[in-house]
Design a protein around this ligand. Structure first.
Ligand code: PEP
Length: 257
């Protein structure tokens, strides 16, 4: 079954116009495997500059720009929010939704995340839907229950068919920014669970959905993680701020399978 391989960079609240230039030049020189897409998600002020830089380097075939969040509302009195049409004006194609930092620090619920996924899809953006359990939830053998509770509201809101335009990122919260990576076998087992959970609603869609792994991925561990059958790439935080290291990770993505 062919699935798209994706390596996405989550710069979080880091980066600069200097990094925009450095990253676009660094990525322009990479020979990516077939069907690998690299998505770079900077903070909102850098979106247009990054889109322009990718266009300037003629990279749009393999490289896209993503945002880190979007409002579920179309427009109006929502100070500080950014709408889907504003992202489109910045030539954004992907948007990270439901990142654990948004869920934990900004209290986003799975219902709200589902509304955001719908808004993004309706606007033609591709959501990168993040799901993952905390350390305590894994210790309490609650991982599958937690993942199901994060996925089901999105299935209910948009319907399983629309998962053909959604990318999932499995990010165990305990592995994000901590240097603790899930072992390749543990990550594979959880990705397999996510795929089987989607398959209960539609086997074909489940087989085609790209599921990325995120959580302390780096140049050293990426190859073994990406070699797992149900891992279709990665969502990379800290290591995506270093052009050389991020390039190694992009080159490890396996491409057409
Ligand atoms: C992330 O923020 O999505 C992430 C995976 O971060 P890190 O790679 O730094 O763990």
């Amino acid at each position: 079954m062919k699935r798209q391989s994706i390596v996405a960079a989550n710069w979080k609240m880091n980066g600069s116009f200097g990094l925009v230039t450095e990253m676009s030049q660094g990525l322009a020189s990479l020979k990516l495997a077939n069907d690998v897409t690299v998505v770079v998600c900077p903070s909102t002020p850098f979106l247009t500059a990054l889109s322009d830089a990718f266009e300037h380097e003629n990279m749009s075939e393999h490289v896209s720009v993503g945002a880190q969040n979007v409002s579920e509302f179309e427009k109006g009195a929502y100070t500080g929010e950014v709408s889907t049409s504003m992202l489109q004006a910045c030539k954004v194609q992907y948007v990270i939704l439901g990142h654990s930092e948004r869920r934990a620090i900004f209290n986003e619920t799975s219902t709200q995340v589902a509304h955001k996924v719908k808004a993004a899809l309706d606007a033609g953006l591709i959501p990168i839907l993040c799901v993952g359990e905390s350390e305590a939830e894994r210790a309490a053998v609650q991982t599958e229950t937690v993942l199901a509770s994060q996925l089901q509201p999105v299935i209910d809101e948009v319907g399983i068919e629309r998962f053909s335009h959604i990318v999932i990122a499995y990010e165990p919260v305990w592995a994000i920014g901590t240097g603790k990576t899930a072992s390749p076998a543990m990550a594979q087992e959880t990705h397999e669970f996510i795929r089987s959970f989607l398959a209960k609603s539609d086997e074909k869609i489940a087989a085609k959905t790209s599921i990325l792994y995120g959580g302390s991925v780096n140049a050293k561990n990426c190859e073994e993680l990406f070699a797992q059958a149900d891992i279709d790439g990665g969502l990379i935080g800290g290591a995506s701020l270093k052009v050389d290291e991020f390039s190694v990770i992009c080159l490890a993505a396996k491409g057409t399978q």
